[in-house]
Design a protein around this ligand. Structure first.
Ligand code: PRP
Ligand code: URA
Ligand code: MG
Length: 212
């Protein structure tokens, strides 16, 4: 498993504003969108391409296009939905599939309540979007789901991760070079409710919930 924490002042600045509890939902959504585009630049470095011929007004040259089958982008509902538009703006030919998962806040068990993905993912490059990697339960379940369907490789784009969740992912996929994780920040720890510290609170609520 390859893990990249993007160390860049544009990313760090946007994460700082995102963390601020006084940042309202519309700004939170805008920053989430902007952050995805910055992380996607790195996350798509190994996307499969083919050479094509391009006619410029002056000459013929060689360019590239995304190889077929096209990449599949999978936001994990609900919070991952806030990252979808930023990703598809950069990879407009991507197909989009959906996984709805929720963490039971008492037991931390993961409930998969929705799934709308192609039935056969053989040979597909998949990009999973979820802002938070806390205990790692949701991401491990998502990656398993995608490999079970035949996905060739899985790149997860997350904004904030906890070391505890990263360790669980390493345990599950450390030896697998088909798993790639791109993060904006690796935080300190989880608190007693398994929220990321310092984190940014509940990403789903801050994107789509009632304003506090
Ligand atoms: O690493 P874990 O401990 O599994 O926690 C991370 C998950 O928790 C959040 O979703 P949540 O379950 O709150 O659902 P939501 O997106 O609907 O708010 C977050 O978006 C991740 O999916
Ligand atoms: O800190 C956390 C942990 C899980 N889910 C969130 O939205 N935030
Ligand atoms: Mg939530």
């Amino acid at each position: 498993m390859r893990v990249q924490v993007i160390d860049h002042p544009l990313v760090a600045h946007k994460v700082s504003v995102l963390r601020d509890k006084n940042t309202p939902s519309p700004v939170f959504r805008q920053l989430t969108d902007e952050l995805v585009t910055l992380l996607a630049y790195e996350a798509t470095r190994d996307v499969k391409t083919v050479k094509i011929q391009v006619e410029t007004p002056v000459a013929t040259t060689t360019g590239i296009a995304f190889a077929k089958p096209t990449p599949l982008v999978v936001p994990i509902l609900r919070a991952g939905l806030g990252m979808l538009e930023g990703m598809t703006r950069l990879v407009p030919t991507a197909e989009v599939g959906f996984l709805g998962m929720a963490r039971n806040e008492e037991t931390l068990d993961i409930i998969t309540y929705a799934e709308r993905l192609p039935s056969d993912l053989t040979g597909r490059q998949v990009f999973v979007l979820d802002p938070m990697l806390a205990t790692g339960g949701t991401l491990i379940e998502s990656i398993k789901f995608l490999f079970d369907r035949g996905a060739e490789d899985v790149t997860c784009i997350c904004l904030i991760a906890a070391p505890e969740g990263l360790a669980r992912l390493e345990e599950a996929y450390g030896d697998n070079d088909k798993v790639h994780l791109v993060l904006a920040s690796l935080d300190e720890k989880l608190d007693e409710k398994s929220y990321i510290v310092p984190g940014l609170g509940d990403a789903g609520d801050r994107l789509y919930g009632v304003a506090h």
